[in-house]
Design a protein around this ligand. Structure first.
Ligand code: TRP
Length: 332
């Protein structure tokens, strides 16, 4: 166990699908075995888009129940709600004063929103709230407040980590070298594109997902709907391009992966058989977690208690850290 810190924010967005699980939950839980992990629910980030209080509340509990059901140990991982850490807000402003506006102008999410407006012939900033513009500064505060070393994220977040580094560097070079720790992105390349039912990237916006906590019969139905080509059982098949295999290989043992790969190349293995195997694997992987999820989501008091305890632990670090930063600025 290293004493390095791995931190990541989870934007509340409903129970995860297999693509989220492989890209986010599983690697994060794995990483928590080797690092001091800080995982938090990024509710203030969600506020840039989630404007309904019930939805916000429900999504937050959903994230908490999901992670606990998947085995996050709240005694080991510091697991909290971003909004329970007021020092994040304080640091955000401090960072903003060292963040060139041009840097935020170039951030992907804001830039994409502007480009879309321009393309439609609208005012470039139409419908864009300043929260979206400031999103990377808030994220930098999440990271820099805890002297984070590694930030496990998907490729889409890489630029945000670079922005956090830039801001930290600007502060360090102004005040001396060790005010803030420079974080590094840790990006999992190999699970980046999990195909959905139709073969496109698995994503809620394509409506092609396999939700991990779906009831067994629904899980089975989803797996059976994964699109394959029309090769018959006896035909050789290509494991490189098949959607079922692309998911299967993340759950099966190395021996089974080798067996199926061989069966594909030589022919004689039906898609329906591998779909059945995949269903069994998913059922084995998720059935207990699904039940636990059902229990946690009924027990909001417990979820609150877990998150508050996490926030207390986090604040033991964030309070002295913000004091140190303020002292460096001459505001103390
Ligand atoms: N922006 C991240 C996402 O959309 C969530 C996030 C917020 C985050 N703060 C963070 C990730 C800090 C890593 C570190 O998924």
């Amino acid at each position: 166990m290293s004493n390095k810190i791995a931190l990541t924010g989870i934007k509340p967005s409903g129970t995860p699908h297999i693509g989220n699980y492989l890209g986010m939950n599983r690697p994060a839980l794995e990483l928590a075995k080797n690092y001091q992990a800080f995982y938090f629910i990024a509710d203030y980030h969600a506020l840039t888009t989630v404007r309904n209080p019930e939805t916000m509340n429900q999504l937050t509990y959903d994230v908490a129940a999901t992670w606990l059901a998947l085995g996050l140990d709240p005694d080991k991982v510091i697991f909290y709600r971003q909004s329970d850490i007021p020092e994040v807000m304080e640091l955000t402003w401090i960072l903003a004063c060292f963040t060139s506006k041009g840097l935020l102008n170039r951030a992907h999410a804001y830039k994409a929103a502007v480009d879309e407006n321009v393309e439609k012939g609208l005012d470039p900033d139409k419908g864009i709230n300043s929260g979206l513009f400031f999103y990377p500064a808030l994220m930098a505060a999440d990271i820099l407040l805890f002297d984070t070393n590694f930030v496990p994220v998907g490729l889409d977040q890489k630029q945000h980590i670079e922005i956090a580094r830039d801001i930290a560097q600007a502060i360090n070079s102004n005040y001396g070298s060790n005010v803030l720790t420079l974080p590094e992105a840790s990006i999992r390349e190999e699970v980046m594109t999990i195909p959905g039912l139709d073969g496109r990237k698995m994503s809620k916006s394509y409506d092609n997902v396999i939700p991990i906590f779906a009831p067994s019969n629904q899980l089975r139905k989803s797996v059976m709907r994964i699109v394959t080509d029309s090769r018959r059982p006896e035909d050789p098949k290509d494991p490189e391009t098949d959607n079922v295999f692309a998911i299967y290989k993340h759950f099966a043992t190395p021996e089974d992966i080798a067996r199926v790969e061989k069966g594909y190349l030589e022919g004689g293995l039906a898609y329906s058989q591998i779909k059945n195997e995949l269903y069994e694997l998913l059922e084995a992987e998720f059935s207990e977690a699904r039940e636990r999820y059902g229990e946690y989501i009924q027990d909001l008091e417990y979820l609150d208690q877990v998150l508050l305890q996490g926030a207390e632990k986090a604040r033991k670090l964030s309070i002295p850290k913000i004091a140190k930063v303020r002292a460096a600025l001459g505001i103390d």
